[in-house]
Write a protein that binds this ligand. Structure first.
Ligand code: NGO
Length: 516
């Protein structure tokens, strides 16, 4: 829909702009530095005076789809044709694959004659395009032609991620956004080189993904009125899910599906009472309490259910991870929890996926090949350190730093407060490598900022809580520690504001930031 509008705007406005482009004689220098990018680049060497200017004769040279994506980004605001060609040419932005830049890294060489974007993988080209976009003035985000010069500052950027996993999470169970809203969110997070989107697909209130072998999960568990407080409801069909996976992959985002178990299963049990120990359907619940439901660990039907769900999810998920929840199982005894994980963790491996779960799964000796998502606050977590020593990997989501559903301060609307208020400086002011003692850095896969949706109703609510804090987490995940600098970060963030304004993003105008 948005693409359609952009294309339409371009078609309508193009002739007008070609006529007025020559009138645009005001030489507006671009105040953007190579180091102005979010997240911070690993290395930048400016070449003052060697700037590249995008003009109506510029061409984009490249054979893959990222060249087309770049053209689609630049055409609306410039009003230029910017043809995508495969033969090298003068006055060009060239995208080229070559060895030596790592999985997601890239090099951007900007000279008066051309811009060269070099990467080893498509992902690197995609990341380089996100950087290039930010090196142009905010007006490049406009969806109708702007009368101005389009200058990219000269120099060389060499960039690669600190961590392979840079994620965020949407909780579809407590508030169900439409697939279109999820796509818009993917557009916005991928600008900051976030490369994983974790979808929390089930909880006590609702079940949000169609499972063919257990159709009542969505017929009953995903019915209207199954969001928190009886708001909203709904679910993803398998086609919806597959479409999201593809849409995300085009933007270098891997979808990570989560089914929460053995707790947080009330919605599943309202649909299938045989999943309770007494066989009696519990009442439907859309309140915000947690920890009261549990699968019946001693019954075989539980494992038929779990295996069907894991198999069907694995079949439609190309990414490596399958998240099995495992948090807050206050209604499951410790022994039952371990017995459950002993059977379920191997099931994830059986269907070719890496088991991923909230850090509680680390209590299980079967979690050695798993990924634990640390969501605690305390620094000392012996069971996490033990699991990591036995081979488990870690993704850092400390609740008092990364939980996007925490309020910014006492006065901002929406959000919870159990892990404290999280202003931008709090989200930014920590190091994933040193937060937990006794964890060697190679065991840390990366960072993730979860956005739980108990207090969310709309896309605006999502955006307000996610931005700008998510950018802080994106920078912790992408940028080398040596670039970590609050004053630099807050200046770059303030300068980014006009892009969100143009894009209609309702971000929190944090008083810690001087917004442009
Ligand atoms: C906790 C809880 C979720 C809540 C969330 C709210 C985890 C892993 N389990 O995080 O059920 O929605 O807090 O902040």
């Amino acid at each position: 829909m948005r693409l359609f509008r952009l294309t339409l705007a371009l078609v309508v406005a193009l002739p007008l702009v070609t006529a007025t482009a020559s009138v645009a004689s005001f030489r507006e220098r671009v105040p953007i530095a190579l180091t102005g990018v979010l997240p911070a680049v690993a290395d930048a060497v400016p070449a003052p005076g060697d700037d590249f200017q995008i003009t109506e004769d510029t061409v984009i040279v490249g054979s893959g789809d990222v060249a087309g994506q770049l053209a689609a980004i630049l055409r609306p605001a410039t009003g230029f044709v910017l043809p995508v060609v495969t033969r090298p040419s003068r006055n060009a932005v060239l995208l080229r694959l070559e060895p030596g830049h790592g999985d997601e890294g890239y090099r951007l060489v900007i000279r008066r004659e051309s811009v060269e974007l070099l990467a080893t993988e498509r992902a690197g080209l995609f990341n380089g395009v996100q950087t290039l976009r930010q090196l142009l003035p905010p007006a490049i985000e406009a969806d109708v032609p702007q009368r101005r010069q389009w200058i990219v500052p000269g120099g060389t950027i060499t960039d690669r991620p600190r961590y392979a996993y840079r994620g965020t999470m949407l909780d579809l169970a407590r508030h169900f956004p439409t697939p279109d809203e999820i796509r818009t969110h993917i557009d916005r997070i991928s600008r900051f080189k976030i490369n994983h989107l974790h979808l929390h697909l089930s909880d006590d209130q609702g079940w949000r993904i169609r499972i063919d072998a257990w159709p009542k999960l969505t017929e009953i568990g995903g019915a209207p009125g199954t969001g928190v407080g009886g708001h909203g409801g709904g679910f993803l069909t398998k086609q919806d899910y597959r479409d999201l996976v593809r849409y995300a992959a085009d933007r270098n985002v891997t979808i990570v599906p989560e089914i929460d178990m053995p707790g947080h299963v009330n919605a599943a049990q309202t649909a299938y009472p045989e999943l309770t120990c007494d066989g009696v359907a519990p009442r439907r619940r859309t309140d915000m309490r947690v920890g009261y439901s549990t699968l019946c660990v001693g019954e075989e039907v539980t494992y038929r259910f779990v295996e069907d769900v894991i198999r069907e999810l694995a079949e439609m998920t190309p990414g490596p991870y399958l998240h099995i929840g495992g948090d807050e199982t206050f209604a499951t005894s410790h022994g039952s929890y371990l017995a459950f994980q002993r059977r379920v963790l191997p099931l994830v491996h059986k269907y070719g996926k890496i088991p991923y779960g909230w850090h509680e799964i680390g209590q299980s000796p079967a979690a050695t090949g798993a990924v634990l998502q640390f969501w605690g606050r305390e620094r000392n977590h012996p069971s996490v350190a033990t699991a990591v020593a036995a081979g488990a990997k870690l993704i850092m989501s400390p609740a008092n730093r990364t939980y996007l559903d925490m309020e910014y301060d006492l006065l901002t609307p929406g959000g919870l407060d159990w892990a404290g208020a999280i202003e931008v400086s709090t989200a930014y002011g920590w190091d994933p490598a040193t937060l937990l003692p006794g964890i060697p850095e190679p065991s840390i896969l990366g960072v993730e900022a979860p956005l739980w949706s108990e207090t969310l109703r709309t896309q605006d609510d999502i955006e307000f809580l996610a931005f700008p804090r998510l950018v802080a987490i994106a920078e912790l995940g992408w940028s080398p520690r040596a670039t970590h600098d609050w004053n630099s970060f807050r200046a770059r963030l303030g300068a980014y504001g006009p892009r969100w304004v143009r894009d209609g993003v309702r971000f929190h105008r944090s008083p810690e930031i001087r917004w442009f």
